[in-house]
Design a protein around this ligand. Structure first.
Ligand code: DX5
Ligand code: ZN
Length: 217
């Protein structure tokens, strides 16, 4: 459905205290957590992978983890991520030679499917997959780092999808916060990933509440 859901990206959280950081960001009223997995090939940065989720899962049994797989050949990591306890596997159209195979593997592993596109990628490439996935991820920065500037030109892709698909879950990711959430709401996004705007704020609960209000109104 197109209910509002908000997920902090913990990329820029204090990774030396990840369990307590995850608890803290769930307590501020978020719906799930967004974990940015980067392999240094698909994007020019390296973060963490399924071993971290394996350790977090028993400590956060009821938290939904979206695994944002900014990796080459994402089909390779489906089973390790599922075994570790990932819930939503969001991979990039640009990173695989076989989107259908990747979708099938994710479903067989019992996870939900997210299909993402980067700012330069035309939104029409995802249309053949709409009824096979749970969510479309529209990047509003070039992936690789938190704290980058929101790219408003990507809103036209959200509008295109929302006009066609009333109930599709459309996620925006990158530079989303109180200053850019209105544009996301106007375009029709209903799933919000936000990193720095939540993580670096001394009152994350207020930020989450405000963004939810803007999306819901
Ligand atoms: C960028 C990641 C985003 C990023 C969001 O490659 O996919 O999830 O960490 O962080 P902010 O909201 O600070 O751009
Ligand atoms: Zn992300």
């Amino acid at each position: 459905g197109s209910s509002c859901r908000i997920a902090p990206s913990i990329l820029n959280a204090d990774l030396s205290s990840l369990t307590s950081e995850c608890q803290r960001f769930m307590e501020c009223g978020s719906d799930f957590l967004h974990l940015d997995v980067m392999d240094g090939h698909f994007v020019p940065n390296l973060t963490f992978g399924h071993p971290v989720v394996k350790c977090l899962r028993p400590k956060l049994p009821n938290v939904c983890f979206e695994m944002h797989m900014m990796v080459q050949d994402p089909e390779k990591w489906v089973d390790p991520v599922a075994d570790a306890g990932g819930n939503l596997y969001s991979f990039h159209y640009e990173a695989t030679k076989d989107v259908d195979l990747c979708i099938r593997k994710i479903k067989e592993a019992g996870m939900k499917v997210g299909l993402g596109i980067n700012p330069p990628t035309d939104v029409n490439v995802v249309l053949p997959y709409i009824d096979k996935v749970d969510l479309i991820l529209i990047m509003t920065v070039n992936p690789g780092f938190g704290g980058q500037k929101f790219m408003p030109e990507c809103m036209s892709k959200v509008e295109t999808l929302r006009e066609k698909y009333k109930n599709l879950d459309i996620e925006v990711d990158g530079g989303v916060g109180p200053d850019t959430i209105q544009q996301c709401a106007d375009a029709g996004a209903n799933v919000i990933v936000s990193g720095s705007a939540i993580i670096k704020n001394e009152n994350p609960t207020e930020v989450v509440k405000y963004m939810r209000r803007v999306i819901d109104e």
